[in-house]
Write a protein that binds this ligand. Structure first.
Ligand SMILES: [Mg+2]
Ligand SMILES: [Zn+2]
Length: 180
């Protein structure tokens, strides 16, 4: 069985910019490529799990999201780091057409983590979820993962909303450094 670190995207990997989809607007939070490289070297699968309701809302398409993810991974590769898989939920309850279906992948549901666990033979109980929102923590805990909040993105605002006590770090790099 593999162990994974599941990482939220917006506000955890990149600077939060509200419905980001354009490559020109993408900006790493400081220390993120180094942190992901440390996870690669420690033998964790690194899996991004991201709510992308902007697709359901018609702000951008799945192709836009996948293009951006290819771009981010190229930049990571240039730093010797790699994300093993990119999962996203394109749905929203008030979204358009087929994207409005009730789904079990939109965080705080643990659907993306469970899907990844099946696909990549991951032991969720020895895996970790890291994100900047309470929904990330709740998804991680529901999946049975050790969960960590970061104060980047919405994290500083959401810290007091947590109903379960979890570790909180200033950013992804600080979280990974303490973990390894
Ligand atoms: Mg986020
Ligand atoms: Zn979904």
């Amino acid at each position: 069985m593999n162990k994974a670190v599941f990482i939220d995207r917006d506000g955890t990997i990149n600077v939060e910019k509200e419905y980001l989809y354009q490559i020109a607007d993408f900006e790493f939070i400081s220390g993120v490529p180094e942190a992901i490289k440390m996870l690669n070297e420690a033998g964790f699968l690194v899996i991004v799990v991201s709510n992308q309701s902007g697709i359901a809302r018609g702000y951008y398409t799945e192709d836009d999201v996948e293009n951006l993810h290819r771009h981010i991974n190229r930049m990571l590769n240039n730093s010797g780091a790699n994300v093993d898989a990119w999962l996203y939920c394109p749905h929203h309850p008030s979204g358009r057409g087929s994207y409005s279906l009730p789904c079990d992948c939109r965080k705080p549901s643990p659907g993306m983590l469970k899907e990844a666990a099946l696909r990549y033979s991951i032991d969720l109980t020895s895996s970790i979820m890291i994100g900047d929102k309470k929904v990330d923590i709740d998804a991680g805990l529901s999946a049975g993962c050790f969960s960590i909040l970061v104060r980047t993105g919405y994290g500083a605002e959401e810290e007091h909303l947590l109903t379960t006590k979890v570790p909180v770090f200033d950013d992804l790099h600080a979280a990974i450094k303490s973990l390894l």
